[in-house]
Ligand binder design. Structure first.
Ligand code: HSX
Ligand code: HSX
Length: 208
């Protein structure tokens, strides 16, 4: 299932800055981090909480909730690494796994090079991080890696900034129980399988 962040004027303003070809790296990082924070908070909203009561300084009780599960971020290198700080800003000592997948720009086919994941990952909620979901090929390869480590589809939340309709369809048909949280769904893909209007290569704009 796909959850799109509320299209508030604030979010659209942030997206406008990072899509602008004249935005320089410092601003690109700062403003994309603000969107990433929103994605992480929205992702956390999808995790189950238990009832939890506290006493306030006024001696009154408050019947609240708390999250008791364990989570793990998994970034798809290189662009996904740009989302790690935003995750850490919300979850201070979160574990982070890495999957290195590179898309062949001639064929748009993803290739898996490396992965390193915490060994108890199957017991965790996984926040999969990649800012762009174009054909969906790279992210679905990452999901296959996670599934091979025993992570259930319903425990994976894929956080991404810009998705194409093609990428989302690919995901929905292959992994119906997986949740995708995206900030924006773009028009589609160009003949090189780049998202349009998009923002260019996220990894290049963030890392140089
Ligand atoms: C970009 O290509 C993104 O960060 C993803 O890792 C990938 C998206 O392309 P696709 O595999 O969805 O077509 O570097
Ligand atoms: C891209 O995926 C290019 O092929 C890059 O070499 C690879 C990783 O890019 P990024 O994650 O740094 O954007 O499509």
């Amino acid at each position: 299932t796909v959850h799109v962040l509320p299209q508030t004027p604030q979010l659209i303003a942030l997206l406008t800055i990072i899509r602008d070809q004249n935005t320089q790296r410092g601003d690109f990082i700062f403003y994309s981090n603000r969107i990433i924070r929103l994605l992480v908070e929205e992702g956390l909203n999808h995790l189950p909480v238990k009832e939890h009561e506290v006493t306030t300084p006024l001696g009154r009780t408050y019947a609240g909730v708390r999250f008791e599960g364990k989570i793990c971020g998994v970034s798809i290198m290189r662009a996904g690494e740009s989302m790690e700080q935003g995750l850490r800003d919300c979850c201070r000592s979160v574990r982070i796994g890495k999957i290195l997948i590179q898309r062949d720009e001639e064929t748009a086919q993803p290739k898996l090079f490396y992965h390193k994941l915490p060994n108890d990952i199957a017991e965790r909620w996984v926040l999969l991080l990649d800012p762009m979901n174009a054909t969906g090929g790279s992210a679905s390869m990452a999901v296959e890696v996670l599934k091979s480590k025993g992570v259930a589809e319903e425990r994976i939340l894929f956080l991404n900034l810009i998705a194409s309709p093609e990428g989302l369809e690919h995901f929905a048909s292959k992994f119906p129980k997986l949740r995708v949280i995206t900030a924006f769904i773009d028009e589609g893909l160009d003949d090189k399988n780049y998202i349009v209007p998009g923002l260019g290569d996220f990894g290049d704009r963030h890392f140089g």
